[in-house]
Design a protein around this ligand. Structure first.
Ligand SMILES: [Zn+2]
Length: 213
């Protein structure tokens, strides 16, 4: 599935949902105490599976688990995990409703989702009017202005997704104002589809001009 993640990042680049070095994705299989995350500062159009970072979920003597860098490939040894590691780690350390499956967390910067938030729209409010969105995708309330690659961004996203201590989440996607979205599901393409669906509806809402005025 690491190859599939590379594919979706190429697709996201083609759609202008990320510039070269943006976007990050993690994936965890339920029966393993580690996950893979995209490396920091690497061009996503040419990302290869052997560049991913392997992150262990250490439960040792710690009250709460902490991430540890595990050896993977020679190439990845010289790379650092995505700066959004706190966001991903919080969602991967316990898998909640995905505990017998795979959990994939995708973060990108889709144009119309960000434009809609910039225009003052709370993404959680638009799904009522669009059955094709709310049938398949539960949208959390927006996260406000938070610095990128920060613990604060991670904490606010976790809070708005209603992440609990077992890793359960109440939503499939959350928007971060002035920044992007985070989507979660059991495969890279399933997570990606939440973004695609929300982006499509945001484009329609903005085209209609019928919002918050
Ligand atoms: Zn970002």
């Amino acid at each position: 599935m690491l190859e599939t993640i590379c594919d979706i990042l190429v697709d996201a680049y083609k759609r202008n949902w990320i510039t070269s070095r943006d976007g990050n994705v993690s994936i965890r299989h339920h029966d393993r105490d580690h996950f893979y995350i995209t490396p920091s500062g690497v061009r996503k159009q040419t990302l290869q599976p052997d560049q991913f970072k392997k992150v262990g979920i250490s439960r040792g003597n710690h009250v709460t688990p902490i991430p540890i860098d595990l050896p993977y490939t020679d190439i990845s040894a010289n790379l650092k995990p995505s700066g959004e590691l706190p966001l991903h780690f919080g969602l991967q350390k316990e898998m909640g409703q995905h505990k017998d499956e795979v959990r994939v967390v995708v973060h990108v910067h889709p144009t119309y989702c960000i434009a809609a938030m910039h225009a003052g729209i709370d993404l959680s409010t638009i799904s009522d009017a669009f059955p094709e969105l709310n049938r398949y995708t539960k949208v959390a309330p927006n996260v406000g202005d938070v610095p990128p690659i920060s613990q604060e961004l991670a904490d606010r996203c976790h809070e708005n997704l209603q992440l609990d201590s077992n890793g359960n989440i109440a939503y499939d996607i959350v928007g971060i104002k002035g920044h992007g979205v985070v989507a979660i599901d059991t495969s890279p393409w399933r997570a990606y589809e939440h973004i695609e669906r929300l982006e499509h509806i945001c484009k329609i809402v903005l085209a209609s001009g019928n919002y918050g005025k």
